[in-house]
Design a protein around this ligand. Structure first.
Ligand code: 13P
Ligand code: 13P
Ligand code: MG
Ligand code: MG
Length: 374
């Protein structure tokens, strides 16, 4: 059994929230190289999108390993040091706690991990999103594993006819539930259609225990109780041989959808699939985007990465995303471009409200009294 761990954090932006400084990438690289040479991890890749660094690691310590989480924590400490030295923006942004406590979950970084028996060939795609939030994967993951218009394999490949089990998480109540597609698709959609509360955490073969897809579900604002950056998520998907083909998995991103997390984590915008060279979020700190790192896992080694969206085949999707971005930007500070009030109540709204609270008087009071309260 091998474990694939993807742990990501924003430990400082260059410039603003747009990218990661090359010296930070080097610092992370040096840390993981040493752990590989020590034999603690089998292989690694330091990846990034926008201002987020993702540590992709393979090892034999299982999910939630203290050893592996400590490596990630120490690596992010090292990249934070570089960010502080260069006075980069928001140094250590996602590290919400001072001291490591055994597991980075709940400490800020986003985590997706899966333990599995490597197949004769093991193609894996790791998606990294910036200026978005965990629920962003709900729609594309549903398309990959449950929509035959996206994934003809569901119809053509007899091995896929039994469908898949989706494990979803209620982020408010901290509860999980499983739904089987296709028979329970409508029940599932009822929940995952509200991606700021219900997120797909894992996908399994029917009745399975080894995930075939896994996401990060941590929400910083729910951890910290205030706005502190926007939980930019990761997604791991295994492909082929009874699972969606690589092209079916990628196809799920060709019709951009609106996600939360643009500008100040408070706006909604299209999720644009981009190649590694275009992974810098600048326009209005975005638009939200996703990169795809493709690997063939070979006895735990990460053969890759291939830049899966670095293909003119996705130019049309990028164009569509830009048109959607234009349309949303016209709304300025109005919903639905700006997030609904309910979402803002977890972030910026309470501070504004405190300042002007006393002005709000019962509506049946006469105008003179209301003016007096100003
Ligand atoms: P597998 O059934 O081997 O995954 O092949 C299907 C395929 O690659 C079609 O694109
Ligand atoms: P990050 O969460 O990627 O740091 O973005 C913060 C933001 O909202 C910038 O506008
Ligand atoms: Mg940032
Ligand atoms: Mg980010």
């Amino acid at each position: 059994m091998i474990t694939l761990s993807v742990i990501k954090a924003d430990t400082g932006g260059f410039v603003g929230h747009s990218a990661v400084h090359p010296d930070m990438m080097q610092a992370a690289e040096a840390q993981l190289k040493e752990r590989k040479e020590q034999g603690i991890i089998i292989d690694y890749q330091v990846a990034r999108v926008g201002d987020d660094i993702a540590l992709i690691m393979t090892h034999r310590h299982g999910a939630d390993s203290e050893l592996v989480h400590r490596i990630a924590w120490e690596t992010f400490q090292a990249t934070t040091e570089v960010a502080k030295r260069l006075k980069l923006y928001g140094a250590g942004q996602d590290l919400l706690k001072d001291a490591f406590a055994g597991n980075v979950k709940g400490m800020g970084p986003g985590v997706a991990e899966m333990q599995f028996e490597e197949r004769p060939s093991e193609p894996v795609i790791i998606f990294l999103g910036d200026k978005t939030s965990p629920g962003a994967w709900n729609l594309p993951v549903f398309r990959m594993f449950a929509d035959p218009f996206n994934t003809p394999g569901l119809v053509i490949d007899p091995k896929m006819h039994d469908g898949f089990d989706f494990e979803i998480m209620d982020l408010r109540e901290n509860k999980i539930a499983r739904f089987r597609t296709p028979q329970e698709s409508y029940d599932l959609l009822m929940f995952i259609g509200s991606p700021n509360r219900f997120v797909i955490r894992n996908v399994y073969l029917p009745g399975g225990t080894e995930p075939v897809a896994s996401t990060s579900t941590q929400r910083l604002s729910l951890i910290a109780g205030k706005y502190v950056g926007k939980d930019d998520p990761v997604l791991i998907v295994r492909c082929q041989s009874g699972l969606p083909a690589v092209g079916e998995v990628l196809e799920a991103f060709t019709q951009p959808h609106l996600v939360e997390g643009w500008m100040r984590g408070s706006h909604c915008g299209p999720l644009m699939p981009v190649g590694f060279e275009q992974a810098n979020t600048s326009r209005f700190d975005g638009p939200p985007r996703v990169v795809a790192y493709g690997f063939q896992v070979n006895r735990g080694r990460l053969v890759g990465p291939r830049d899966m969206f670095g293909d003119p085949g996705f130019d049309r999707a990028r164009q569509t995303a830009l048109e959607m971005a234009e349309m949303m930007r016209r709304m300025g500070p109005f919903e639905p471009h700006r997030l609904p009030l309910e979402e803002m109540e977890y972030t910026a709204m309470p501070q504004v409200m405190r300042k002007v609270q006393h002005r709000f008087q019962p509506a049946d009071q006469d105008a003179g009294e209301a003016a007096g309260a100003r």
